[in-house]
Design a protein around this ligand. Structure first.
Ligand code: HEC
Ligand code: HEC
Ligand code: HEC
Ligand code: HEC
Ligand code: HEC
Ligand code: HEC
Ligand code: HEC
Ligand code: HEC
Length: 412
């Protein structure tokens, strides 16, 4: 142990000088170094600490005082949170570099599942460097950072998808697989919406946002505000609390959250309400009632749309009615949110707004087609008259011609 510490001491001291040399652009000693240290020194050049003129020994300096102040040492895993915290929990020190940087990570970390387990001697729980990396730490805003929103899930899954690593804990290891297949992952990765949730949005980065029953609803509700408010107003609120089951995730799942459509409401094969309600009980009837209303409005909207399309193709201007019809879609969207009240009358209210708009659009479409027919007629009548006139004119001319023929023939 003593010997390996000494070797590392040398190696790190060398690395320190390499890193400093690299910062100044000169690297005369590179080929003398151990290749691992050389690699670390190279990596470290891009590290946020190196870029703030910190060298290897801000972390690798031994805890000694006085004559030992410059001793450089290995860093046992147990010491990592305190080491990072020695600066990051020190507001005076940090604010000099970056006034915007929070200094509560260590304090928060100690309240997290990771921090608590770690403090209790379980070194498999995540420490600072498991999430931030070691020698190439970057601010989270940097796409190359292991904690950039696009990279967080991959960082967490290194442990949480590793069934072997997580075996002692009897905890599921499918969160990453589920999340990768979710509407949230899609919004983030395919949609480029960095505000869509990743692991740490729901679980917290440092602090404990335990995935408990109460906090879960409020996590989803921070973004899906209306659904959360309506759920609060639903009969499910108290019943779910009494049954000690979570709110949103009981119906939507916690990780593999998919885009729900209207087959999700009711007691049909794909419907979630059917998990707890049968079609013949009042709640089941409500569920199916909501489903039928959505379906009818959807069908009526499609009917009105094709009517307006026909009118448009026949040359009528129905753009205003088409725009208005879009608002029926908005009403249906609203109804799908109001669904979270699980109250038929309130959903019906929204559906009726949509139905009223559809009825108007339908009328507008029919009126346009009638008008088209009338115009056709009004064009046709003069046309027939003209044709008739031409025909009789032709006949008249032929008559005259024939008359002239007979007179000249008589002359001959
Ligand atoms: C911000 C703190 C910090 C700085 C600065 C830092 N290190 Fe480290 N280093 C660590 C930590 C923490 C570990 C332990 C990693 C672990 O156990 O997972 C470590 C481990 C090491 C190791 C042994 C493990 C390995 O990866 O091979 C070497 C060698 C090393 N560092 C060299 C350097 C050199 C050289 C520099 C400067 C170029 C440097 N370190 C700068 C924090 C730092
Ligand atoms: C010697 C003091 C010191 C030590 C030790 C230290 N840091 Fe830092 N660290 C800083 C300072 C100062 C900054 C601010 C640089 C900036 O933001 O411009 C910083 C920046 C960071 C950042 C980027 C913050 C951001 O978003 O801008 C991360 C992440 C970070 N440190 C993590 C760690 C971890 C993890 C450890 C332990 C392995 C550690 N630091 C050890 C001083 C230190
Ligand atoms: C479970 C993973 C994880 C652990 C463990 C972790 N962090 Fe972080 N850290 C993150 C993520 C993700 C971010 C970026 C999002 C955020 O700021 O919350 C972050 C951000 C930071 C920042 C920048 C904060 C800012 O205001 O921009 C610092 C500094 C930091 N961490 C230091 C630490 C220190 C020190 C420790 C150990 C005591 C630690 N982290 C442990 C995941 C982690
Ligand atoms: C170094 C490996 C490691 C990394 C990286 C890691 N974790 Fe963990 N995590 C653990 C271990 C070990 C536990 C304890 C398991 C347990 O008790 O259920 C744990 C526990 C948890 C728990 C509590 C689970 C429960 O049982 O209630 C959550 C939530 C969690 N981690 C989320 C995350 C997130 C989010 C990230 C990424 C930002 C992350 N972890 C990164 C190892 C890791
Ligand atoms: C949209 C929010 C959300 C996101 C994103 C999310 N989780 Fe979760 N996670 C939850 C909820 C809610 C629970 C609680 C489930 C319960 O209580 O039944 C949970 C539970 C967990 C647990 C405890 C074990 C379990 O499966 O119940 C772990 C570990 C975990 N999540 C890790 C992760 C990791 C790793 C990621 C990223 C790959 C992630 N989570 C992404 C909301 C989320
Ligand atoms: C950080 C914000 C945020 C959090 C937290 C969040 N979501 Fe989302 N959610 C989004 C975004 C962004 C989308 C994708 C855009 C959209 O379709 O609304 C989305 C989409 C959805 C969708 C699909 C919507 C659709 O129209 O297809 C469902 C269902 C959903 N989230 C449920 C949940 C549940 C359940 C939770 C909690 C476990 C949760 N969300 C937590 C932001 C969030
Ligand atoms: C009792 C089951 C149930 C619960 C609890 C529930 N939902 Fe839903 N949710 C549904 C159904 C069913 C739909 C599908 C509506 C449709 O498309 O017809 C849906 C749709 C959604 C949508 C997308 C469609 C939209 O426009 O609203 C989001 C987002 C959503 N729910 C979020 C949440 C959140 C957040 C919570 C917790 C506050 C929650 N849900 C609780 C059943 C539920
Ligand atoms: C996790 C189980 C569960 C799911 C899923 C669920 N419910 Fe319920 N719901 C209950 C329980 C339990 C009650 C209270 C007992 C009862 O009335 O059946 C209840 C009550 C109701 C009530 C009040 C009934 C009354 O007589 O006052 C309505 C309405 C209702 N649910 C509609 C729905 C709809 C719509 C869905 C799907 C979007 C749904 N439920 C999904 C468990 C669930």
């Amino acid at each position: 142990m003593g010997k390996s510490l000494l070797v590392l001491t040398f190696v790190v001291a060398l690395g320190s000088s390499l890193a400093r040399a690299q910062q100044t652009g000169a690297c005369s000693n590179c080929d003398q170094g151990d290749s691992r240290v050389k690699a670390i020194a190279e990596e470290f050049a891009a590290d946020i600490h190196a870029q703030n003129a910190m060298s290897c020994n801000v972390c690798h300096a031994g805890g000694g005082r006085g004559t030992e102040a410059n001793r450089i040492s290995a860093i046992p895993r147990e010491r990592i949170p305190e080491l990072c915290g020695s600066c990051h929990a020190d507001a005076d020190r940090i604010k000099k570099f970056n006034p915007a940087l929070h200094t509560d990570q260590l304090a928060q970390y100690r309240t997290s599942v990771h921090g608590i387990k770690f403090a209790n001697g379980d070194t498999k729980a995540a420490v600072c460097t498991d999430c931030h990396g070691v020698h190439r730490m970057r601010p989270a805003s940097d796409p190359g950072s292991s904690v950039h929103p696009l990279n967080v899930a991959a960082t967490c899954q290194r442990c949480h998808s590793d069934a072997e690593y997580m075996k002692p804990y009897h905890v599921a290891t499918d969160q990453y697989a589920g999340y990768s297949d979710s509407v949230h992952h899609e919004a983030m990765v395919a949609g480029g919406d960095l505000s869509a949730p990743t692991c740490t949005t729901c679980h917290g980065s440092h602090g404990a946002v335990p995935p408990g029953v109460k906090s879960v609803a409020s996590v989803c509700g921070t973004c899906h505000v209306l659904q959360a408010r309506y759920f609060e107003e639903s009969p499910h609120k108290h019943i779910f609390a009494m049954m000690n089951i979570a709110s949103c995730v009981t119906c939507h799942s916690s990780h593999r959250i998919k885009h729900p459509d209207d087959t999700f409401v009711g007691t049909g094969p794909k419907a979630v309400c059917g998990n707890c309600h049968t079609p013949d009980e009042p709640a089941g009837e409500t569920a199916n009632g909501i489903h039928r209303r959505f379906q009818r409005l959807e069908a009526d909207m499609a009917g009105a749309k094709s009517l307006l399309d026909r009118a448009e193709h026949s040359g009528m201007d129905v753009s205003e009615a088409q725009l208005e019809l879009d608002q029926a879609g908005d009403a249906l969207t609203k109804a799908r949110v109001t669904l979270h009240t699980a109250t038929l009358s309130r959903v019906t209210e929204d559906v009726n707004v949509g139905a009223g708009i559809v009825a108007k659009a339908h009328q507008a479409g029919e009126a346009a087609l009638r008008e088209r027919g009338r115009r056709r007629k009004s064009v046709l009548i003069p046309l027939i008259a003209i044709v008739a006139l031409l025909v009789s004119l032709g006949a008249y001319l032929r008559e005259i011609e024939r008359g002239q023929l007979t007179t000249t023939g008589a002359k001959r």
